[in-house]
Design a protein around this ligand. Structure first.
Ligand code: PEP
Ligand code: MG
Length: 564
């Protein structure tokens, strides 16, 4: 397990929230800053306005095309973010607002900024998900302004040799476009462990630390040693100690790569190691890992761009692609978790002041069960004749009654019903819920958000939404105990399961399966294979009584000593 990095006198050690494990040693680079636009009162003379307008159009089109091109080279969440940003660069509303200003004589660059300000104000007032789109909108505007000025687009430089990127936070398009062979480590002063940036870094396998205090002081060119497991960023490290830390990490990575599954502790306690996927392509790619099945198929991610509900037969094809990729293996399909930060246009979400506390996930079925019924029909059709029968779980279950009604629908279709435990009330009543279903899966991302009353997207609250929070671990333990009492399986499929040390703690808490991003599978499985069940339990007991996440990490790691 990664210990605290050793440092020489004169090195500066910064600490943040670990987001993606791994060690990187390289020079720091910083993003190319955005161009600031002077707001001049001078109007463009009438005859020049048409060319100003066409320059604006050409810039927006070029930026959109570049984003689309990058989307085509990316996959999964990264591709989605880039596609959404490309769409924003050609959004009729935004283009129209800028065009109106240009037609009235405002220079193109100032018009782009003014139109963005107009929209940003409206989005911010609307709050929630709309407010989160402001970063994307400003990012697109900055790119268009740079294009108009004929300077490089702001964002990530392309370094001549591998580098560690230091930034406040990354615009989603920048995070999505990172090249993991050139950007080998990432540290941000903002962002949370479940923010866009962290999720994309995990998908790309880039060691990452977020919410690093004091990062602003570090200049481009400084030597940096970054440890994504401990959350430490050492500036100007001792070359010998840094080389040693890197060596240890590489030895671990070699050991990880040699792990072929199935999941067990060193003394043979069986733990299923499963993968999280979002479509057939992702599932086929995940087959290259030793994951023995799919522990979470986030179906809503297939439909984020849909205006209308996909037909049952279209859904059937999409689900079948994942089932086929893992034929003969366990696959857990989650019904649509629409709402909050993942609204689906066809789900007809009500206007809500607090969408994360609103009609989200299974709660949509209480207003109108049609979407859920049709999705279950599609899953049942995709599963015809398949063994083992797919497991199907509902997100955001809060009460036993919700679990009961969901389970009846799933059983009617010959499928295996389960419930996600993401709401503290559900964790506290896990036994009553589990009486109605055949398994539970803990979603630690939302469980942390709701336990700590801290928005999982808020960078300022990253320390609160840390899955090592003892209160969150205590709810996981309570849920696992329900599984033991009733003799039914309980797993974890939130980002917590992707942290190799925390994965061991979760096993020590009594969890029987871990489902994580494909990039984390080898490290999680190999880490587990190097510790005994008893040490997992001791580490879990120590983490549960720790004062805070940092103390929980230290306490658990001092017990979970991996063989070199
Ligand atoms: C979770 O909340 O931990 C989870 C797995 O669901 P999502 O991240 O998709 O909300
Ligand atoms: Mg969730």
């Amino acid at each position: 397990m990664t210990r605290s990095l050793q440092v020489k006198a004169g090195s500066m050690v910064l600490r943040g929230t670990p987001a993606v494990s791994g060690v990187a040693l390289a020079a720091a680079v910083r993003p190319i800053p955005r161009l600031s636009v002077e707001v001049s009162k001078d109007l463009v003379p009438e005859p020049d306005r048409a060319s100003e307008l066409s320059a604006f159009h050409a810039a927006a089109t070029t930026v959109a095309a570049r984003l689309r091109e990058r989307a085509a080279r990316a996959s999964g969440a990264a591709a989605e973010v880039l596609t959404a940003d490309a769409a924003m660069a050609t959004d009729r509303g935004w283009l129209g607002a800028a065009e109106k200003l240009i037609a009235a004589g405002t220079p193109a660059r100032a018009a782009a900024v003014a139109a963005t300000d107009q929209f940003a104000e409206v989005f911010t007032k609307l709050g929630g998900l709309m407010a989160e789109r402001v970063t994307d909108l400003r990012d697109v505007c900055d790119r268009v302004v740079a294009e108009l000025a004929g300077v490089p687009e702001p964002g990530i430089p392309v370094p001549a040799r591998p580098a560690i990127l230091l930034a406040d936070d990354l615009a989603p398009a920048d995070a999505a476009g990172l090249d993991p062979t050139l950007i080998i480590g990432l540290a941000t002063s903002l962002g949370g462990p479940t923010s866009h940036t962290a999720i994309i870094a995990r998908q790309l396998g880039i060691p990452c630390v977020v919410a690093v205090a004091g990062l602003d002081e570090v200049e481009a060119g400084a030597g940096v040693l970054l440890d994504g497991s401990s959350g430490e960023v050492v500036v100007d490290p001792d070359p010998r100690l840094a080389a040693q830390a890197l060596e240890e990490f590489r030895a671990r990575a070699t050991r990880d790569a040699a792990w072929t599954g199935p999941g067990t502790t060193a003394d043979g306690h069986r733990v299923e190691v499963l993968v999280n996927v979002q479509d057939g392509a992702g599932a086929r790619a995940a087959r290259r890992t030793p994951a023995e099945g799919v522990g979470l198929f986030r179906t809503e991610l297939c439909f984020l761009d849909r205006e209308t509900e996909p037909s049952v037969s279209e859904q059937e094809q999409i689900y079948r692609a994942v089932l086929d990729a893992y034929s003969g293996a366990k696959v857990v399909i989650r019904t649509l978790d629409a709402g909050s930060d993942k609204p689906l246009r066809f789900a007809d979400h009500p206007d809500e002041a607090n969408p994360a506390l609103g009609v989200r996930g299974i709660r949509i079925a209480a207003r109108d069960s049609g979407i859920l019924d049709r999705q279950l029909d599609a899953i049942a059709r995709a599963a015809v004749g398949r063994r083992p029968v797919p497991w199907v779980m509902a997100p955001m279950i809060s009460t036993a009654a919700e679990a009961e009604s969901f389970a009846a629908k799933v059983r009617q279709r010959g499928l295996v019903p389960g419930a996600m435990i993401e709401v503290p009330a559900a964790a506290l009543t896990a036994e009553s819920i589990l009486r109605h279903v055949d398994f539970l899966s803990v979603g630690t991302n939302d469980l942390a958000q709701y336990t700590m009353a801290a928005d999982r997207m808020s960078p300022a609250l990253a320390a609160l939404t840390d899955p090592w929070q003892p209160a969150v671990l205590s709810l996981v333990a309570h849920t696992a105990a329900a599984g033991r009492t009733l003799g039914k399986p309980v797993g974890v499929c939130g980002e917590a399961a992707a942290d190799p040390a925390l994965a061991c703690v979760l096993v020590g808490l009594g969890v029987g399966s871990l489902s994580a991003a494909a990039s984390a599978i080898a490290a999680v499985g190999a880490g587990l294979s190097a510790v005994t069940r008893e040490n997992c339990e001791r580490a879990a007991a120590a983490a549960l009584v720790a004062a805070d996440p940092a103390a929980a990490r230290v306490a658990a790691r001092s017990i979970l000593e991996w063989a070199p």
